[in-house]
Design a protein around this ligand. Structure first.
Ligand code: SF4
Length: 273
């Protein structure tokens, strides 16, 4: 296993595994060594373990996820009425950042002066007015009403914002917002509103080992110094139980450098998005 070693002040052996005498691995070699495990996949978060890549490739995948995977976002806002305290352009920007729940593969990118139709756009309407006898009306993303265009009634269903409780504006008595909102397909490198994730990150898998067997008070001191309980005591000796949870805070090597060796596996990435 190729390891980078963490010391209290620095990280050692972080360079590439490849030396000037070695040929870089071919794309096929890299693919056959690659392992991807899905650790968890929930409505708004996915965690993967990617094994067998060098850091530049793993980082390229992370950046592709942020900037090159398409999604749909509000691109044009046609305001019929805005008597709220929010300026038109700020309101339009805020609407653009609302994530829309629809499969972008069903749409084409709109090119140049192409007109909007059911193949390249989605339309929503927003109409909210605060009654005169109410002190305030909060407008939420759930107030956006999808208006199917062309065949969309038959080809799409349940098109809506991902979250219905995003606050768009607060209206005072008599204030009103009425607008038509047109979504287009785009990518995060054009504007962050098209990024399909709020962020994507990775960290290297920790590899923690004990240099010596600790028992008694020394064992308890090591176990209690770790804020995420990586160590346990079993049969009166310290054991590394949850190395994956390590946050690299370095408290264990600061206090017990004679007993603990803190490393990272250089080609094993824990990725979250
Ligand atoms: S670096 Fe911090 S989190 Fe990791 S094992 Fe040591 S004390 Fe625990």
């Amino acid at each position: 296993m190729d390891l980078a070693t963490l010391t209290e002040a620095t990280v050692l052996n972080v360079g590439f595994t490849q030396t000037h005498t070695q040929q870089p691995p071919s794309f096929q070699d890299m693919l056959s060594a690659l392992q991807v495990k899905v650790v968890s996949n929930t409505f708004d978060q996915v965690e993967l373990e990617v094994i067998g890549l060098d850091a530049p490739i793993a980082n390229a995948l992370r950046r592709i996820l942020l900037a090159e995977v398409p999604s749909m976002a509000i691109e044009h806002v046609y305001l019929d009425q805005n008597t709220s305290v929010i300026p038109d352009e700020v309101l339009a920007h805020r609407l653009g950042l609302i994530p829309i729940k629809v499969d972008p593969r069903r749409f084409k990118f709109r090119k140049g002066e192409e007109v909007h139709d059911d193949s390249n756009s989605l339309t929503f309407r927003l109409h909210a007015k605060c009654p005169l006898d109410k002190p305030v009306l909060t407008v939420y993303s759930g107030d956006l009403q999808w208006e199917p265009v062309g065949d969309q009634n038959f080809t799409l269903s349940n098109v809506r914002p991902v979250h219905e409780d995003i606050i768009i504006a607060k209206l005072g008595p008599g204030q009103e917002i009425e607008a038509e909102l047109v979504c287009e397909k785009g990518v995060g490198s054009t504007h962050a509103k098209w990024s399909p994730v709020c962020t994507a990150s990775y960290r290297l898998m920790p590899a923690i080992s004990l240099k010596t067997e600790l028992t008694g008070e020394a064992a308890e001191a090591l176990v209690s110094c770790c804020p995420v309980r990586v160590f346990d005591i079993e049969d009166s000796a310290v054991k590394v139980s949850r190395a994956r949870d390590c946050t690299s805070c370095r408290e264990c090597i600061r206090l017990h450098s004679e007993a603990v060796s803190l490393n990272k596996v250089k080609n094993h990435f824990i990725c979250e998005a």
